[in-house]
Design a protein around this ligand. Structure first.
Ligand SMILES: [Zn+2]
Length: 92
């Protein structure tokens, strides 16, 4: 019994994926930009504030980029630890 590989549906599927990929990249920021916004973003997270609109791009990037996700998590951890310790001069 011979099976034919359905090339066309597969091709269409790949093309859809590529198009989706290009669409997300149109509005995406890269790692450098993400790092630029990250301190403000991590501060908002650590303080339990809502992430400001401009920083939601970091959120989007973080979802796709495990490196930045880890960096951000580490940064939030540092900020939270600092809050708990009550470092002098950091109080409002
Ligand atoms: Zn990244």
């Amino acid at each position: 019994m011979e099976e034919e590989v359905p090339v066309r549906p597969l091709y269409r599927h790949v093309r859809d994926l590529l198009l989706a990929c290009r669409e997300t990249h149109a509005d995406e920021i890269d790692c450098d930009e993400s790092l630029g916004f990250m301190s403000g973003y991590a501060e908002a997270l650590a303080e339990g504030r809502e992430v400001p609109g401009a920083l939601t791009k970091v959120l989007e990037h973080e979802r796709l980029c495990s490196n930045c996700r880890e960096d951000c998590r580490a940064l939030v951890d540092v900020l939270l630890a600092r809050q708990v310790q009550g470092v002098p001069g950091q109080e409002p």
